[in-house]
Each structure stands twice: as C-alpha cells, then as structure tokens.
Design a protein around this ligand. Structure first.
Ligand SMILES: Nc1nc(=O)c2c([nH]1)NC[C@@H]1CN(c3ccc(C(=O)N[C@@H](CCC(=O)O)C(=O)O)cc3)C=[N+]21
Length: 309
C-alpha cells in the first residue's frame, strides 16, 4: 500500500480577510466615535477594464460592510489626462476623503505615473506613489501597497516570526514584487527577487522557505520548484479557458494562479489558493490603509489590526 501524498494546508485568505475587515470596521467606528472622522475612500475608474470591474464590485461590497464612506467616480475612456488630474486635485483637497485609488490599467493616452504621482502621498491607499515607495525602502511610516501587505499579514499569521527565512519573490513589478521584497527584508528574511531573466529559476525556488509567485503567468510554478514544507503565496489571478471543452468553446473561463496548485500542494507545508487566497486580502488591506490614512489625518495613532488569535 502506498502512503497518501502529504498535502499542504490551504491558507483561507477569504476568511482571514473577513476577520481583518471586521477589525477595520471596529477600529473605524471607534475613530468616528472619538474624533468624528469617518474614513472615506474615493475610487476612480476610467473605461471598462474587466479585471477592474471585478475588483470594484468586491471592494464596494466590502467597504459597505466596514461602515466606511465609498465614492466611485466612473469616467468614460475618452477622459483627458487634464480632466483626470483636475478630479484628483479636487479629491486631494476634500477633507472627507482619506484614500484615493485610481484603477489601473488606465487608457493608453493617459500617462499612469503622472496620474499616480498627482495623488497626495498621504491619501495614496494603493501605496503606488514614488514617495511611499521611498518611505518603504528606507523604513519610514507610509502607505504600503495592498497586495504585498496582505501577503505579509498572511505569512505572519501562519508562521509567526519570519527572521532568517529564505524568501524568493518571483516577479519584480512596482506593485507587488518590489514592495513584497522590501516588506520581507523588513522582517529580516533573506530575500531574492527572481524574474524572467533569472538563471535556473526552479532550483532557486527550491531553496525558498517562503515562495511568492507574482508573475501573471498561469500555473508557471510547478510542484518540483517547491521545497518540502515551504509556504507558497500565489498572487496570480489569471483567467484561462474552462477545463470542459464544451464550456471552453462557449467562452467560459476559470481563474487560476501563477502556481500549479495541486502539484505544489503535494509538496508545500502551506499554500494560498486562487481564488479565495491573496485576492480578498488585497481588498481588506485597501480598507485598512484607508483607516490608517484617516487616523493620520487627525494625528491619531492607528490601532493594531493584526489578528489576536
Ligand atoms: N489601482 C489599482 N489597485 C489595485 O489593487 C487593482 C487595480 N488598480 N486594478 C485591478 C487589479 C485587480 N485587483 C484585484 C483585487 C482583488 C481581487 C479578488 O478579491 N479576487 C477574488 C475573486 C477572483 C475571481 O473569482 O475572479 C479572489 O481572488 O478570491 C481581484 C482583483 C486589484 N487591482
């Protein structure tokens, strides 16, 4: 008789995110009670990108659950950069708005970095402003990008102290890979950032106690890239054709990560699924950042939002 293959614990990001949203809601209501400030988030969407639509739908529901103000500004894809910058200037000046998020991608005629850098760094709840990237790099308090922040919260909740662990981050984007590496370095991990030009990527990944996949390529990380017992964080959200050929022919899709889940789960100690892994944490951290920004706007130290279980 052969033994069943060991199977990793699947990290329930959706449940963890629900707990975080509850803690944000409680902290936000105490802030409102004590200081009369209700955290307010403004989301700006230009055009009709489908990935952004999913995100906005989930975010709207979650923000309501947290009892926070949420304004959505839907602009046509013909909007000029000048008009978008005027809206951002108005939101920067609006004392009832503590967080501003401009959905990416923006239409090609708009210079994204000019738009992101027009957002006040103290309202930049995406953490994409160059000032917040700089604060993270030098260890100053700022606003940290939501996806890597959510990944770090899951890692700390699962593993506790991360000191000395080998972390490999696959992907070097400004939105996930680079800030993820900075956060792990801040936890005293030994961090390697890998990318499409990295030599012998599978062997490098096999040395990782913490493996973060953020490349946007469906199921690229295979089971034999994973060190036995490692913790695997899958940031990818990729739409691929349905497994059933009839449904695929009808254009039906399913969502997969950057990790081949079943293979990796047979080797890893812990692994985040897709969906219901990192994605819901991104949204919960957006609310956490909005709460943090609202506290700082009135000079109040934000309460800890870490899980106390
Ligand atoms: N300025 C800006 N900031 C963003 O953070 C940003 C953005 N623009 N543009 C679009 C992408 C996409 N994104 C998602 C976040 C959570 C889920 C999410 O919660 N997904 C669920 C459902 C996935 C599904 O079933 O499709 C899950 O993973 O369980 C999805 C997508 C944030 N984005």
């Amino acid at each position: 008789m052969t033994a069943e293959p060991a199977r990793a614990t699947s990290i329930d990001g959706k449940a963890f995110a629900a707990g975080l949203v509850d803690r944000v809601a409680a902290a936000a209501s105490r802030l409102e009670g004590a200081h009369g400030v209700k955290p307010g988030l403004a989301v700006v969407i230009v055009g009709e990108d489908p990935a952004s639509q999913i995100y906005v739908r989930n975010k709207g529901e979650t923000t309501q659950r947290a009892g926070m103000r949420s304004d959505t500004h839907r602009l046509p894809d013909t909007t000029s950069q000048e008009d978008l910058l005027l809206l951002i200037a108005a939101l920067n000046a609006d004392a009832g708005i503590h967080g501003i998020l401009v959905q990416l991608p923006l239409p090609a005629h708009i210079d994204s970095s000019a738009v992101l850098d027009a957002i006040s760094p103290d309202k930049d709840v995406d953490g994409f402003h160059v000032v917040n990237a700089g604060r993270l790099a030098v260890g100053l308090p700022g606003l940290v990008p939501c996806t890597p922040l959510g990944c770090l919260m899951l890692l700390k909740a699962e593993l506790g102290d991360l000191t000395g662990l080998n972390a490999v981050v696959v992907g070097r984007s400004n939105i996930v890979g680079k800030p993820m590496a900075q956060l792990l370095l801040g936890e005293s991990c030994t961090v390697t950032i890998a990318h499409s030009r990295t030599k012998d990527l599978p062997a490098l990944c096999r040395a990782a106690d913490i493996l973060v996949a953020a490349v946007g390529r469906p199921e690229m990380v295979r089971g034999d890239w994973v060190k036995p017992g490692a913790t695997v964080i899958d940031v990818g959200i990729n739409r691929v054709p349905s497994k059933d050929p009839v449904k695929a022919a009808e254009g039906k899709t399913r969502v997969v990560g950057d990790v081949a889940f079943d293979e990796a789960a047979a080797v890893a100690g812990r692994i985040t699924p897709v969906p219901r892994g990192v994605g819901p944490m991104t949204i919960a951290c957006l609310l956490a950042n909005t709460y943090t920004a609202a506290c700082r706007s009135v000079g109040v130290e934000p309460e800890s939002l870490d899980a106390s279980i």
